[in-house]
Design a protein around this ligand. Structure first.
Ligand SMILES: [Zn+2]
Length: 264
């Protein structure tokens, strides 16, 4: 899928988590619901950091271009080192390491740890990166024509404001993890979720996605998981814009209302 569909599905998935959490008696305060959805929308672009033409690789200027080169090299090396007998040779790392459940879990855990031990600046940094990505993903066309600096400013100010909102008692920094010293531990969850949703989105396109690496499937360690071929579509095709995008809006909207307790 393309950026906007990835981001929308990420946000919708977090709203769905919010609805489930409300049903399980852990309702999210609205700032957790909103900020989590934005983080997940941003995180749903992150796995494509292994591709130089992807939104995320261009979003932070030379910094993300460098990160993209490094990630691509690490992914390619990991692919070669763990390749099964039937995995084909590859010339680059796109859609390998960063498109696995293990990667999603590692990045999420890393961000949770950073938020818990790194204090306010770590939270701000995580928010900034994901707000910029959320703007790039959700406001695709608008972000494309405006300058990078403008998007960074928007990301920085919204990160600052949202951190202040979350910081107020009862507003969400202590959601789910209530013990002392666990503030913002939940921040890794929308990051894991966004990455997983990205992989699922890629897996329903023609090429599939090696989510389950390194579990061997049919003698491949990088088996491209996905539904039967007739259920797959090309990234950027009409299915994405005419079917999936409206569906994400519907599911996301209904879930958000459920998460806020409108139906109960
Ligand atoms: Zn991808």
């Amino acid at each position: 899928m393309m950026g906007p569909a990835h981001s929308l599905s990420g946000a919708a998935a977090w709203f769905a988590v919010g609805a489930v959490a409300a049903g399980l008696d852990h309702p999210m305060p609205w700032p957790t619901l909103v900020v989590g959805a934005l983080i997940s929308a941003g995180a749903a672009l992150a796995p494509d950091l292994d591709h130089h033409a992807a939104t995320i690789s261009r979003s932070f200027g030379p910094l993300s271009r460098l990160a993209c080169k490094v990630i691509d090299a690490i992914a390619h090396a990991t692919y070669n080192a763990t390749r099964g007998k039937r995995d084909p040779r590859r010339s680059g790392g796109h859609r390998t390491l960063t498109h696995t459940a293990i990667w999603a879990a590692l990045v999420g855990a890393g961000c949770s740890a950073a938020a818990v031990y790194g204090g306010r600046w770590a939270v701000l940094a995580i928010l900034f990166v994901h707000m910029v990505l959320a703007v790039e993903g959700l406001l695709w066309r608008q972000a494309r024509v405006s300058s990078d600096v403008l998007v960074w400013l928007l990301g920085a100010t919204s990160a600052w404001v949202l951190a202040d909102v979350l910081d107020d008692p009862g507003n969400g920094k202590e959601w789910l993890f209530t013990e002392h010293g666990q503030h913002y531990m939940w921040i890794g969850l929308p990051i894991v979720l966004g990455a997983i949703v990205h992989c699922i989105g890629d897996s329903i396109t023609v090429s599939g996605c090696p989510i389950l690496w390194p579990i061997p499937i049919r003698r491949k360690r990088w088996y491209p998981v996905g539904p039967p071929k007739f259920m797959r579509f090309r990234a950027g095709s009409w299915v994405e814009y005419k079917v999936l995008t409206p569906a994400f809006f519907l599911v996301g909207g209904a879930s958000a209302l459920g998460a806020l307790g409108v139906f109960s």
